[in-house]
Write a protein that binds this ligand. Structure first.
Ligand SMILES: [Cu+2]
Length: 460
C-alpha cells in the first residue's frame, strides 16, 4: 500500500479515504464538516451565550466547556471527536482516558427545543464506538445503540446523527458500544435543551455536574476497566476535590444545579445551608405542585436530577456526595482499622529499621489530612484541601457553593473564602459568654412560610 503524506492524502480526494484511515484524515474542515473544537485545559470555561434563536441562560459545566456549533441552512451542526485524551483529574494527577474533543468528560452540547441538530461523530479510538443520546425522544435509528440502531462507527470514520429536539430538559450522551470499557475510560457528556419559551423557569445560574468514577492505581495513568464497584476516584466531570471549581453565585440569584450519574452506584448529593426543590429529571420538568423540598437528593445510576434554590444565604457552603468513601481520593479499601489499638511496641520495633516510621490511624484518620506523606508520582492525597481554618479533609466528590453579594452576572471566578461576620462563627468556650448579639441578616435565615404553603400559593 502506498504511504501518503498529509498533503498527498488531502490532494488525492475521496479515493484516499477508502485507502487510508489516519488521524490526519479526521481533521475535516476542508471536507465540509464543522470544525472539531479541542479543549486543552480542565479549567471551567465561560458559558457560550446564545447567538441565534430564542434567548436562554447558558449552562456552566464545572471544570468543563460547551461545544461550539455552526448554523447550516437552519440546522445546528456540532462535531464530536471520540479519542484518547490526557485529563488532569487534579493538579499533580493526570489520567490517560478516552473522551471527546480533547477532554473527559466530553463537552456539553447545548441547544433549544425545536432546533434540528446534526452531530458529526468522528471516531479516533482504536475500536468502534457509537453515541447514545440518553433521554432524548428521537427516531430509533438515531439512538446510537451499536448493532441495534446502526453499525458501530469504525475507527477513522465519521457518522452523522440528525434529529429534532422535541422537548427541553437535561440529557446525557455516552457510547452504547463496548460500553463497560468506554464508560470506564471516561466517555460521557451532557446535552442540555433549553425551553423555546425564555420565560419558562428562568434561572440566573445553571451548573452542570456529571458524576463519574475511575479505578486508577496510585502512580499509574490508565483506569482499570474491569472494576465493577470498588472504584478509588470519585469524580465530577472527571475532576476531584480539591481541584473541582466552586459554584460561584451572587446573592438572590435563582440557581439550578443539574447532576447526571454515569457511575455504577447511586450518589446522595447533599448541599449545606439551603433547602431546595427538585425541578427536573431525565423525563422532564417536574410540575410546580409535584416538587418536593430536599437537602440531599439521591441520583440513581443512569439518571439525572436538577434542583433549584434562591441564593439567600451568604457563605461558603459545602456540596458533596454523602457517601463518605466518595469524598476520598485514591486509597486501598483493605486498610485495617487501628482505632484504639496500642501500636507503641510495634512502632519501637519498626523504628529500629526505619527511624521516620509514624503509626497512623490509632485515633482516627484525620492525621491523613494534615500530613504531607510521601506519595508515588501521579497521585494526590486521599483527603486534602485547605480551607481558611485548616485542612478540609475531603477529596473526590466535594466542592463549595460560594454565595456573595454583588457578583456580576457573567462572573464565575473564585471570590476566595467567606469571612464570617462577628458573632457568626463557632468558637472555643473559655468560661465566659459574650453579650447576646443578633446577626444583622438573621432575618434572611428564617423561611417565612413552610415551603409547601409557599408553593401552593405561587402561580405555576
Ligand atoms: Cu457518591
Amino acid at each position: 500500500m502506498t504511504h501518503l503524506n498529509r498533503r498527498q492524502l488531502l490532494g488525492a480526494g475521496a479515493a484516499a479515504g477508502a485507502l487510508v484511515s489516519t488521524s490526519a484524515w479526521t481533521k475535516t474542515t476542508n471536507m465540509g464538516l464543522p470544525d472539531a473544537a479541542i479543549m486543552e485545559t480542565a479549567a471551567t470555561q465561560a458559558p457560550l451565550q446564545p447567538t441565534s434563536g430564542p434567548n436562554y441562560q447558558p449552562v456552566v459545566t464545572l471544570n468543563g466547556w460547551t461545544l461550539p456549533h455552526r448554523m447550516n441552512n437552519g440546522v445546528k451542526e456540532f462535531h464530536l471527536v471520540a479519542e484518547p485524551v490526557e485529563r488532569e483529574l487534579a493538579e499533580g494527577m493526570t489520567a490517560y482516558l478516552w473522551g471527546y474533543n480533547g477532554q473527559s468528560t466530553g463537552p456539553t452540547i447545548e441547544a433549544v427545543e425545536g432546533d434540528r441538530v446534526r452531530i458529526f461523530v468522528t471516531n479516533k479510538l482504536p475500536e468502534h464506538t457509537t453515541v447514545h443520546w440518553h433521554g432524548m425522544i428521537l427516531p430509533s435509528g438515531m439512538d446510537g445503540v451499536g448493532g441495534l440502531s446502526h453499525p458501530g462507527i469504525p475507527p477513522g470514520k465519521t457518522y452523522v446523527y440528525e434529529f429534532d429536539l422535541v422537548k427541553s430538559g437535561t440529557f446525557m450522551y455516552h457510547p452504547h458500544a463496548d460500553e463497560m470499557v468506554q464508560m470506564a475510560m471516561g466517555m460521557m457528556g451532557m446535552f442540555i435543551v433549553h425551553p423555546k419559551d425564555p420565560t419558562f423557569m428562568p434561572v440566573d445560574r445553571d451548573f452542570l455536574i456529571m458524576l463519574n468514577a475511575f479505578d486508577i492505581d496510585p502512580g499509574t495513568y490508565v483506569p482499570r476497566i474491569m472494576t465493577m464497584t470498588d472504584f478509588n476516584l470519585w469524580t465530577w466531570n472527571s475532576r476531584i476535590f480539591p481541584d473541582i471549581d466552586p459554584l460561584v453565585v451572587s446573592r438572590d440569584d435563582r440557581v439550578r444545579v443539574r447532576v447526571g450519574n454515569l457511575t455504577m452506584t447511586n450518589h446522595p448529593i447533599h448541599m449545606h445551608g439551603y433547602d431546595f426543590e427538585v425541578t427536573c429529571t431525565d423525563g422532564g420538568w417536574v410540575p410546580k405542585a409535584a416538587r418536593w423540598p430536599e437537602v440531599s437528593i439521591d441520583i440513581p445510576v443512569g439518571a439525572m436530577r436538577a434542583y433549584e434554590f434562591d441564593a439567600k444565604h451568604l457563605g461558603d457552603w459545602a456540596i458533596h456526595c454523602h457517601k463518605s468513601h466518595h469524598t476520598m481520593n485514591a486509597m486501598g479499601h483493605d486498610v485495617p482499622t487501628f482505632i484504639g489499638a496500642d501500636k507503641s511496641v510495634l512502632t519501637r520495633k519498626i523504628r529500629k529499621l526505619q527511624p521516620e516510621y509514624m503509626p497512623m490511624g490509632t485515633a482516627g484518620m484525620a492525621d491523613m489530612g494534615v500530613m504531607e506523606m510521601p506519595l508515588p508520582d501521579n497521585t494526590i492525597p486521599m483527603m486534602t484541601g485547605w480551607g481558611p481554618h485548616g485542612p478540609i479533609e475531603m477529596g473526590g466528590m466535594f466542592s463549595v457553593v460560594k454565595v456573595r453579594e454583588g457578583i456580576n452576572a457573567d462572573d464565575y471566578s473564585d471570590p476566595g473564602w467567606y469571612e464570617n461576620p462577628p458573632g457568626e462563627q463557632a468558637y472555643e468556650w473559655t468560661g465566659e459568654l459574650p453579650e447576646v448579639s443578633k446577626a444583622a441578616d438573621a432575618s434572611t435565615r428564617i423561611t417565612p412560610k413552610p415551603a409547601f404553603m409557599k408553593m401552593s400559593e405561587d402561580k405555576a
